[in-house]
Design a protein around this ligand. Sequence first.
Ligand code: FEO
Length: 183
Amino acid sequence: MNTNRLSTTICEALNNQMTKEAHAAQIYLAYGSWADANGYQGISNFLFRHANEERNHMMKFLEYILERGATVRVQAIPDPGPNPTGVFDCFKKTFEQEVGNTEAIYKIVKQSFDEADWATWNFLQWFVKEQTEEETLVMNMLDKIKIAGGEKASDESLYSIDRDLGSTDDEAELARDKTVEAP
Ligand code: FEO
């Protein structure tokens, strides 16, 4: 009896997304190491914490594939690519990476909708929210660095940003959680 509840296309897409999450973790690890080596311990700490989050995302995909009776295919993780050229570049690249990840997830959401695979569609809704949070979080960082002068930010302002990031919240507050009393 066949107990596999995923189509071939959905299974492949989920396996690829699992690798994409592992790739994101490697990117955060690489950027975190770069930040530490350049004296930005707060930024490094933030990026290392996010590397763990991405590993958790990877695990969620892996567990979901198993839960649906399908086959997990652990693949090679692509190289994280070149190091950032500065703090602004670091968060610009991080933002682009998150947007790319969101687009990949949206594609699987669409695929699951087209196939009427409601279990996968439902599973992916957690990631849709998570991506909104992650994009918001990095957008907020970029805003701060832009105010400090972007690529031309002074060492002094980067020092303050770095100090704040060491203890910044890992979750961004989303519009859905806002109220008139707490905008
Ligand atoms: Fe797992 Fe940052 O997306």
